[in-house]
Structures are given as structure tokens and as C-alpha cells.
Design a protein around this ligand. Structure first.
Ligand SMILES: *Cc1c(COP(=O)(O)O)cnc(C)c1O
Length: 350
């Protein structure tokens, strides 16, 4: 998305919004499209898209799309790849055999509110249920909840006290992944307090943040945020780019800012049917990521979350694509192909 097209879209669809509004992550969150009418106001829709938007009771999770992402969706044809990642589909109401609301068995591994421990030495802290946008293939649709930007309680409710207390008492846990939801929905102050509390626990060697903000709300990566994150170093960031169309100049700038602050960036992608499960799309995505200093880390086979069958690709296809990629791009650009089968046994390479 070049600057001129973005500006034209803003002026046409959000008259009254200034360039400074558009660059403000809180403005972007406040103006998220949450209903069919708000989406239809800015996008020319296919009949399939309109039909799915008309039945919110059949959606597997809430709808939320930032104006920034709507500008990208407006550039695509109806039914285009990014549209299918963010707009609902009637098939979300279908539950296929083997699909679960908690496909990774996280409830059974919850050791404190919002804290999941599925591996002996690492823990996952769900810092909030909110995200800038809700991906229709989300594995954690059960906790997805749009809040006002910057005010996110732990996904388990309440504050982080019990989770932090549990971590203090478990020295065998040396790696904490702060995810959600998207922890960058928290204010700098709140996220900073959480990260400093984790940093103060001597046995926690690795702090990681899992976020899709650089891809869908790059405005969130402000110089102030980068400074705060740099102050709690070392912190690694797992970003989540799904399709090369997300690699806009703003997204590249967000990645550059995090790297300049000293944070290593790793990408996780879900292999999605008809969206990115082809060699050309993943080649473009992974080459583009390397160019902005992001290492493609995991390519996830779609897990067994309810209502995601229409988006799940196949392991055979994923394997074939990776085989082709290895002859086409630098080895740095080849992610590990992972699955996380039901039962809570954890991730494993395919
Ligand atoms: C994915 C995941 C992690 C981190 O796994 P890595 O393979 O080390 O990146 C930690 N905890 C849970 C529950 C997870 O699902």
C-alpha cells in the first residue's frame, strides 16, 4: 500500500480523520470495524462476504478490523486472501469431526489465571483477550474479546499477580512467552510493568512477546514502545505475518524499529487453504521477511479449532511447498513446519 493510496482511502472513507489520526494506534483501535454495516461502508463485498457478515450469531469469534487493514482489504478483489483471514465465512458455523474449542488442551494446562504451562521449562502468559484484528483461524477464539485499547486484563480475568506469583515459585520455568490476544494491546505503562516484573524473576532467562501488531497495526510500534522494550532486554518478538500483502512500508518500518531497539524478530505463519498455501505466496512472504530482518520461524499446520476446516490446508501440501522453497530461497527463509495435535502434548515438527 503506497502512501498516496492510503491517503486517498483515508480521505474518502474517514473524512475528518487527519494523517496524525491514521498514524495513531489508539485512533485505529477506536475506529475498528465491528459490524457488517461498518465493513460494508468501506468495502465492495462479494455475495459470499455479505452473506457471512449478515449472520453474526454464526461467527466463531467477534469481528474487528482496523481502518489500516481495511485499506489493504479494499485493494484486494472480493474474496481476496487477506479478506479471508479477517472477514467471517458461513462455514465457521460448521464443526467437523475432531474439532475442539480448546484444540491445544490449554484449559487443562492452566496453572494460574491466564498462565498456561504445557512444557516443563516454558510458560505462556495470556496477557489480554484483545487483538487489533481477529483472525478467523484463531486457535484461541474462546478467549477473544475486544476491549478498549490499552485496558486489558489477563485473559483469565483479574490482574497478573497470581500468574507472577506462580512463576516466582517455579524456578524450572526459564522461558516465558507473553501472548494473548495480543500483549501490544496493553498500554506501554501496563506492558512495561508486566515485563519488568518478569525480568525481576531471576530464573526467567528468556522473555518473548507474541504479537501481530507489526502486521496489522504497525502504528503500535512507536519510538516510546521500542524504548520501553529495549529497557527490559533481552526480549525476543514472535511476529505473525500471514501473507506478503501485509508487508507494507509501515509494517517494514515497524519491524525495523523493533530491530533497531535490539529485539530479535521471528515470524510464525499458519498454513491457510487458498490464502498462503502455495509456493509463490510463501516464497514472497519469507523473502520479504528476511529483507526486513525477520527470521521465518514456524509454519503451523492449522490446528483443530472449531469452525476452521475451510481454512485448514494439508500436511502434504505444506511439505511439498517447503521442499520447493528450499531450492528457491536462502535457508534462513525456510521455517520449521509444525503441528500441535489435540491432547495438549505440545508442538512438534512435521
Ligand atoms: C508454542 C508454545 C510455546 C512456545 O513454544 P516454542 O516451540 O518454544 O516456540 C510455549 N507454551 C505453549 C503453551 C505453546 O503453545
Amino acid at each position: 500500500m503506497d502512501e498516496r493510496r492510503e491517503r486517498d482511502f483515508r480521505r474518502r472513507m474517514y473524512p475528518g480523520a487527519t494523517a496524525a489520526d491514521w498514524a495513531d494506534w489508539r485512533w485505529q483501535l477506536r475506529r475498528r470495524a465491528r459490524t457488517a454495516a461498518e465493513v460494508a461502508r468501506v468495502l465492495a463485498l462479494s455475495e459470499r462476504e455479505r452473506n457471512a457478515l449478515a449472520v453474526p450469531e454464526a461467527w466463531r469469534m467477534p469481528l474487528a478490523v482496523t481502518p489500516y487493514m481495511l485499506a489493504l482489504l479494499a485493494q484486494e478483489e472480493p474474496d481476496g486472501p487477506l479478506r479471508r483471514t479477517l472477514l467471517p465465512d458461513r462455514r465457521e458455523a460448521r464443526v467437523a469431526a475432531g474439532e475442539l474449542t480448546d484444540p491445544l488442551g490449554e484449559e487443562a494446562h492452566t496453572v494460574a489465571p491466564g498462565l498456561i504451562r504445557s512444557y516443563p521449562h516454558k510458560a505462556l502468559l495470556l496477557a489480554t483477550g484483545d487483538c487489533a484484528v481477529f483472525c478467523r483461524y484463531c486457535t484461541r477464539a474462546r478467549t477473544a474479546k475486544p476491549l478498549r485499547g490499552g485496558r486489558g486484563p489477563a485473559a483469565g480475568g483479574g490482574g497478573y499477580g497470581p500468574a507472577l506469583e506462580w512463576l516466582r515459585r517455579h524456578p524450572e520455568v526459564r522461558d516465558v512467552l507473553v501472548s494473548g490476544g495480543d500483549p501490544l494491546m496493553l498500554s506501554d505503562a501496563k506492558l512495561g510493568r508486566l515485563l519488568r516484573a518478569l525480568r525481576a524473576i531471576p530464573h526467567i532467562q528468556l522473555i518473548r512477546i507474541g504479537t501481530k501488531a507489526p502486521a496489522v497495526l504497525p502504528q503500535r510500534i512507536t519510538p516510546e514502545l521500542a524504548r520501553m522494550l529495549a529497557s527490559v532486554q533481552p526480549v525476543w518478538v514472535s511476529v505473525h505475518f500471514t501473507h506478503p500483502a501485509e508487508l507494507t512500508p509501515r509494517a517494514a518500518e515497524a519491524c525495523r524499529r523493533l530491530r533497531d531497539a535490539g529485539l530479535p524478530l521471528m515470524n510464525q505463519t499458519v498454513l491457510l487453504r487458498g490464502i498462503n498455501d502455495d509456493t509463490a505466496a510463501l516464497r514472497q512472504l519469507n523473502e520479504g521477511l528476511l529483507r526486513v530482518g525477520v527470521k521465518p520461524y514456524y509454519l503451523h499446520h492449522g490446528d483443530m479449532a472449531v469452525g476452521t476446516g475451510h481454512l485448514r490446508s494439508t500436511k502434504a501440501r505444506g511439505r511439498a511447498i517447503l521442499r520447493e522453497l528450499s531450492g528457491l530461497i536462502s535457508g534462513y527463509g525456510i521455517p520449521l513446519f509444525m503441528e500441535d495435535p489435540p491432547g495438549g502434548g505440545g508442538k512438534r515438527p512435521i
